[in-house]
Design a protein around this ligand. Sequence first.
Ligand code: 2NL
Length: 338
Amino acid sequence: MSGLDEVRALREAALAQVEAADDADGVERLRIEWLGRKAGRIPALMKAIPSLPPAERGPFGQAVNDLKAAVTARLEARKAALETARPHAAAVDVTLPGRRPAFGRLHPLSRTVREMSDIFGRLGFEVVEGPEVEDEFHNFVGLNIPPAHPARDPLDNYYLGDHVLLRTQTSTVQVRIMESRRPPVRVVAPGRVYRPDTVDAGHSNMFHQLEGLWVDRGVTFADLKGVLSTFARAFFGPAARTKFQPSYFPFTEPSAEMYVSCLLCGGAGCPTCKRSGWIEILGCGMVDPNVFEAVGYDAEAYTGLAFGFGLDRCAMLKYGIHDIRLLFEDDVRFLRQF
Ligand code: 2NL
């Protein structure tokens, strides 16, 4: 076969291959195979020209140039044809129904924090936060809990090092607020707290509190009862009744526990309220003068009311959750229900 016949045969092969390419990658592979500068078949023919007999060089060179032009043109055409064809394949069918976005929702505890903060906001309280890793001053000393107090037992606390621990109550935040501000102070502090309790349906070693503090001249126990019973009706509903029972905390004097009428049985008695008709939801009292002295407040001039809720327990009561662990397992089958 003469050189010219060979070029003719190659031309047919190349053009047929280009027509058969069915995507942009295929066209590009053929461009490299035929026109590629390093190993392309047509450049190889060109490199062979100088070694031909002089009389053949002209016609052969001409034929190879034509071949190159034809393959180049056909590759371009094929590429353009594939590009115009593609939008059809990938077209958007505007008649299809839309895809519904997946909405998340708030965790029942986040909802509880927001609902409570909202109610206390309307009663004039500001929401404040503070660190979960604390020192003994803010967790104990400032709250009138002396070194020998059982609450400071290393077995009842998560100590992280000397005098450093995970806070066991959010009162630490209020101590910090009193250190940094002069009265009047009216704040609530929601957040995580930690105690090494054995985990069961009613206990977790990490749980949530919302504590409140109101310090000013002339704040009384009547204000305490008013604030907390107003809160209870706003949070649990207008039918909720409240009662106070004397108690003891190192940081308040006098101290009390507040009970709400059981939401589940309306006060008649059921397993949740242990047949008493009442459920304890918080501890409270008038701030002990020793706490004021620890933060540099004048205990003669000011009085204060304080209270601390178990947030998890309130959320469980309101939403009918019987096991605290469900709140922390993050099982979407559980979370989807709220
Ligand atoms: C409970 C009891 C309570 C407080 C928390 C408090 C904070 C300061 C000063 C005085 Cl800075 N008191 N907080 C007072 C009484 C009770 O919590 O059992 N909570 C779940």
